[in-house]
Design a protein around this ligand. Structure first.
Ligand code: NDP
Ligand code: GUE
Length: 295
């Protein structure tokens, strides 16, 4: 049975969305400004479709404009770049998200780098990556922001904690590490070449797992009382012949040892969307040159 406190990502994401809704109302009232978010989906990745559908609904719920651009998988790179360029120049659009992964014939880096950094609500553009690492005001990636908000609900101060981030992708691992460093954690980044990973994890007060391997992190790796943020979203076969979602952490055994843990689903996933909406509101305020409630 679970000894750990379960971190309710669904509830905390709802709280973040309520803050965004209040900010959107304020921007409307004080500045006649209605933030707008455009999502570009190329092809039919099933995981992306769920995400995009949830996102569009919640964008409208917080009072923002939402546009969905669904393009067929065979769309040319030039056509995707042309759409991004159009959105860059559309004054009603303050945030642009190009859903990843893109089909193989499209150079993702080229497309992401073509997004106006002021509208880069994913925070993937090198300008925003640089701003994050030097500590300037930036649009910060959504999943990392959400992960740190969840950790701070159970650990009001992260200062001085040993934190391990498992995974070093540009989307999750590296920006999580940047945010934890900003919170004054002692940060270790583990990856596929890390030796004796269980020993490294065992020293950590805070574990952020972003690997993409179902239930890789075992209960025996966890320092008693540690906080676990499970970013992984893996669809695996379940007993009844259907599929289910599991994280990168072996939930049941880790929950016996940890002090607090996020579930999958209902953990980091909902926070990602809430933080995306937050970034769109922030981008709108920054582009308009007015004060933002968020950064
Ligand atoms: N909750 C959410 O909102 C989101 C969830 N996700 C989920 O998070 C997970 C990670 O996503 P993402 O960062 O995009 O994945 P990537 O595949 O881009 O990166 C995975 C990372 O894990 C490392 N890794 C692979 N195998 C091992 C291993 N055996 N031991 C230690 N490290 C290993 C890789 O190391 P190396 O660099 O050496 O190859 C790499 O750095 C996925 O499950 C994804 O679905 C992703 C985005 C949002
Ligand atoms: N440019 C870009 N930005 C992204 O942020 C991005 C992306 N591309 N590509 C795909 C990944 C994945 N991702 C998720 C977001 C929310 C949930 C989510 O809401 N999950 C819920 C429910 C999941 C379900 O039931 O299927 C949960 O975990 O509780 C999942 C996954 C964002 N990503």
């Amino acid at each position: 049975m679970s000894g750990a406190q379960i971190i309710d990502g669904k509830q905390i994401a709802a709280n973040v969305r309520a803050e965004v809704a209040a900010e959107v109302a304020r921007l409307q009232k004080e500045h006649n400004l209605k933030p707008g978010l455009a999502v570009v989906l190329v092809g039919e990745d099933p995981a992306s479709k769920v995400y995009v559908a949830n996102k569009a609904k919640q964008t409208v719920e917080v009072g923002m404009n939402s546009w969905e651009h669904r393009l067929p998988a065979e769309t040319s790179e030039a056509d995707v770049l042309a759409l991004v360029n159009k959105l860059n120049n559309d004054p009603a659009c303050h945030g642009i998200l190009v859903q990843l992964p893109l089909p193989k014939h499209i150079n993702s880096e080229k497309v992401l780098n073509s997004i106006n950094p002021e509208k880069d609500v994913d925070g993937f553009h090198p300008v925003n990556v640089g701003r994050l690492w030097v500590g300037e005001r930036a649009l910060v990636p959504c999943t990392p922001t959400g992960s740190v908000i969840l950790a701070k609900t159970v650990l009001p101060s992260l200062s001085g904690l040993n934190a391990i981030v498992i995974g070093r992708s540009n989307i999750v691992g590296k920006p999580v590490a940047a945010l934890l460093l900003r919170e004054n954690c002692t940060v270790t980044i583990a990856h596929s070449r890390t030796k004796n990973i269980e020993d490294v994890v065992k020293r950590a007060d805070l574990v952020v797992a972003a690997v993409g391997i179902p239930e890789m992190v075992k209960g025996s790796w966890i320092k008693p009382g540690a906080t676990i943020i499970d970013v992984g979203i893996n669809r695996v076969p379940s007993e009844n012949g259907k599929t289910k979602l599991v994280g990168d952490v072996a939930y049941d055994e880790c929950a016996k040892v940890a002090g607090a843990i996020t579930p999958v689903p209902g953990g980091v996933g909902p926070m990602t969307i809430a933080c995306l909406l937050r970034n769109a509101a922030q981008a709108a305020a920054m582009i308009a040159g007015v004060k933002s409630a968020f950064a």
